[in-house]
Design a binder for this molecule. Sequence first.
Ligand SMILES: Cc1cc2nc3c(=O)[nH]c(=O)nc-3n(C[C@H](O)[C@H](O)[C@H](O)COP(=O)(O)O)c2cc1C
Length: 201
Amino acid sequence: MRRVVCLLGSPRKSGNSAQMAGALCTSAASAGAQVTTFTLNALAYRGCQGCLACKGKAEACVLKDGLTPVLEAVRTCDVLVLATPVYFGEVTAQLKGFIDRCYSYLTPDYAFNKEKRTRLAPGKTLCFVIAQGHPREDLFTDIFPRYAYFFNWLGFNHSRLLRACKVYHLGDALKRAEVLDEARALGRELAAGSAAEAATE
Ligand SMILES: Cc1cc2nc3c(=O)[nH]c(=O)nc-3n(C[C@H](O)[C@H](O)[C@H](O)COP(=O)(O)O)c2cc1C
């Protein structure tokens, strides 16, 4: 059974990115995946403190806070779904706080030894879910490839994107049948595993 961990990065609990991720995860669960969802905005945590304890003796992030169980769940997942609105051309601060804490997954040698960059098992899939208010599809396209690049270092060797432009108000994504269909199809694909991986090989 494929383990899917979904992180909701928007402060809006039923916002567009959460609805898109919800359609994806419900479909993945129906197809047999085990799905665990965390709402980041409901958790109390700090960003990476740059203490570099994880580049010394500590094998995991030494901060103990709301992100501790999230980092633990991501460690053993097969698929990580990161759902976020575009905020000033970026992911939300809530999601960026999590991403920076993923530095703890990198080995002390990561900069010099490409073969041993990550403490995580390789072969995982990263799935970004992005809701953007602006209708122009050529804007903010840098977000997904930038994070896919770094998550590849962490062992997320496959990456997929579900993106909706021109969704601004609460409920906008729910009116977009083509987006929800794509979300459900992606959920089925990620639950099945091999097809998703083959598609990005
Ligand atoms: C603080 C803030 C910054 C935003 N910045 C952008 C932006 O840079 N580009 C854009 O297209 N939309 C931007 N938006 C609009 C959101 O991306 C859009 O409303 C999105 O659908 C919200 O997703 P959510 O419902 O999952 O929270 C911004 C909204 C807020 C509140």
